[in-house]
Design a protein around this ligand. Structure first.
Ligand code: NDP
Length: 321
């Protein structure tokens, strides 16, 4: 597989999103190999909910390898309103992508699951073997079951078709090119945008909730390096959790303080305890990853946050918000 005389075409679906841009950055900054060409797709290149459109884009590029990131994603409220739509669109995208990858002879596909699709009632830390052991949280069951079915399809493609189709399970991701929407985005980009505004207005920052819940955050560029490793070296069909360790779990309060520091925000942080906290923790176990890559160095979170905040401030006009 690493024979440098074989030409590899790597197709990245969802290539214009948070993770896709992280992979593009890492590929363009030293990771690209001589024999590889990389193609990053947006929804303008193909609507992956449409079979014919998916078929055409795969026929055009004939990928030998695929990183499948495209998904209908949304915050808590988006999901609550439309579980059926999240289920159907993601099922369709995933079936179209895996089937067309197979029909064009792609030998390897790495798809992206998420720690938020794990069983709602579970023990911690969660690991790869617990994915199907209990229903997901009610609020996003459509998205979660559609993601879990990727694992079912990977098993089928591996057993019945002799393909190496697998998946990764990242924890909370942050980095440049995130969705910085305050109402319906994730916690870190939302905080960055709120601090940006509070600075302009000279006001203190109100953080939703008590600040006590604990989370693991991975930098999109670290995740990118790990996904490229997965594509090249990881040969199990079963998923692998790509997360920082349990010791790197931090509170929302600590995260807010770090973002404030990265943005030179000097006013007070107020915690609005009337607002819901969400789950107290969702600790993921990264020992499978550590078994393969004991020496992998994650970017220190302060450095990664600084790069992300600087990117957001410098690109405020074009940032998704
Ligand atoms: P983004 O929302 O940043 O990007 C989504 C990407 O998917 C975009 O490139 C978008 O294209 C593309 N896309 C969406 N719908 C379609 C469609 N119908 N046809 C073609 N392309 C489409 O997502 P992320 O980068 O944050 O997420 C990437 C993957 O990682 C997803 O599978 C997500 O579930 C998973 N994940 C994300 C986490 C996070 O914290 N963000 C955590 C764990 C997992 P366009 O730019 O043209 O709209």
């Amino acid at each position: 597989e690493n024979d440098s005389s074989t030409k590899h075409v790597v197709l990245v679906t969802g290539g214009t999103g948070l993770v896709g841009k992280g992979i593009k950055y890492v590929v363009e900054n030293g990771e690209k190999r001589e024999n590889e060409s990389w193609v990053f797709l947006s929804s303008k290149d193909a609507d992956l909910t449409d079979y014919e459109s998916t078929k055409a884009v795969f026929a055009k590029h004939k990928p030998t390898h695929v990183i499948h990131l495209a998904a209908k994603v949304g915050g808590l409220y988006g999901n609550l309103r439309a579980n059926l739509e999240f289920f159907r669109q993601n099922m369709t995208i995933n079936d179209n992508v895996l089937q067309n990858a197979y029909q064009n002879g792609a030998q390897k596909v790495v798809s992206c699951l998420s720690t938020c699709i794990f069983p709602d009632k579970t023990s911690y830390p969660i690991n790869e073997t617990m994915l199907h052991k209990g229903p997901p949280h009610d609020s996003n069951y459509g998205y979660s079951y559609a993601k879990r079915m990727i694992d079912v399809m990977n098993r089928g493609y591996s057993q019945d078709c002799d393909c190496k189709y697998t998946s990764v399970i990242p924890c909370n991701i942050f980095g440049p090119h995130d969705n910085y929407n305050i109402e319906d985005g994730h916690v870190l980009p939302g905080l960055m945008h709120k601090i940006y505004k509070a600075k302009l207005e000279g006001k203190p920052l109100t953080v939703w909730g008590t600040g006590k819940p604990l989370r693991q955050f991975i930098y999109s560029r670290d995740l990118a390096r790990l996904m490229i490793w997965t594509l090249r070296e990881y040969n199990e069909p079963e998923p692998i959790i790509l997360s920082v360790g349990e010791e790197d779990e931090i509170s929302i309060r600590n995260a807010a303080e770090k973002v404030a520091k990265a943005m030179n925000f000097t006013k007070e942080l107020i915690f609005d305890t009337e607002k819901a906290d969400g789950q107290y923790k969702k600790t993921a176990d990264n020992s499978k990853l550590r078994k393969y890559l004991p020496d992998f160095k994650f970017t220190p979170i302060d450095v990664a946050l600084k790069e992300t905040c600087d990117w957001f401030v410098d690109n405020y006009e074009i940032a998704r918000k």
